[in-house]
Write a protein that binds this ligand. Structure first.
Ligand SMILES: O=C(O)c1ccccc1NCC(=O)[C@H](O)[C@H](O)COP(=O)(O)O
Length: 265
């Protein structure tokens, strides 16, 4: 298989997507969307005072392999919500992350805070699918999309009453996210093309972002020191996977992260 890690992931995502498209038509998804309650306001949840925590349900990853078995994603999501998470992120990519749309359904049914469908969005079908499964927020990775796709997918997301976490990793990607009017911008310190994690990536990119946006520091949060650092560098939210799924008391960890950030500012 050739190309970057991101290219390889997307190749698998497209193959799995084609399979789902064969079994569930877009028309059926649109009907399912009509039957869903309105999306929760993830933007408002992320704008509440204090550092917002997006807590991720993540079983495995290309960089670390197996992280946690997570037999009951709903139970984990409830613990995240009890700890004060603003949003729960559910990885639904199957090949590399062992996530499923069933995980999304289970989490959606278990909590009443916004849910992020975390996947590699390359087709509008996935946005309809996210809403049909109760998601309030979708991920748009700038590196994986053209400017036109980014604008179209953001517009569709908002038409469906959801919000988008628009993920960047470079100054050029930040400029592209701003150009389409993204209001929730993530800076992923993990380079999805190489898997390198470099926490120094966050501060200069966060400094480019105008006040009033939700600025999410994504990846590489190991402990309270990392949280304090991201908060002092301008993060208004953090997205945490590994540190929470490998902790026996994730609710307490989230509460600790929020308390630490309050002191850092
Ligand atoms: O986590 C990976 O190895 C990974 C590899 C390739 C593409 C995406 C990847 N992760 C997605 C994420 O952005 C993270 O799950 C998320 O930011 C949480 O990261 P962490 O707290 O470091 O688990």
């Amino acid at each position: 298989m050739s190309g970057t890690v991101l290219d390889q992931i997307i190749q698998g995502v497209r193959a799995d997507l084609a399979e789902r498209q064969r079994s569930v038509s877009l028309a059926d998804l649109k009907t399912a969307v009509l039957e869903q309650p309105a999306a929760l306001n993830a933007l408002a949840a992320l704008q509440q005072p204090g550092l917002a925590v997006i807590a991720e349900v993540k079983r495995r990853s290309p960089s670390k392999g197996e992280l946690a078995s997570i037999a009951d994603p709903a139970a984990l999501a409830r613990r995240y919500a009890e700890g004060g998470a603003a949003v729960v992120s559910v990885l639904t990519e199957e090949r590399r992350f062992s996530g499923t749309l069933e995980d999304l359904d289970a989490v959606r049914a278990a909590i009443d805070i916004p849910v992020l469908r975390k996947d590699f969005t390359v087709d509008a079908y996935q946005i309809w699918e996210a809403r049909a499964h109760g998601a309030d927020l979708v991920l748009l990775i700038v590196a994986a999309l053209s400017d036109q796709q980014l604008a179209d997918f953001l517009a569709l997301t908002e038409e469906l009453g959801m919000h988008a976490l628009v993920e960047t990793h470079t100054a050029e990607e930040v400029a592209r996210a701003l150009a389409v009017g993204a209001r929730i911008i993530g800076v992923n310190v993990r380079n999805l093309k190489t898997l390198d994690v470099d926490r120094d990536v966050f501060a200069p990119l966060a400094a480019e972002l105008p006040a009033g946006l939700v600025v999410v520091a994504e990846s590489g949060v190991r402990d309270a020191n990392d949280v304090a650092r991201y908060a002092s560098e301008g993060a208004t939210a953090i997205l945490v996977g590994e540190a929470l799924v490998s902790d026996s008391t994730p609710a307490e960890r989230i509460a600790e992260f929020r308390a630490v950030a309050a002191q850092a500012n």
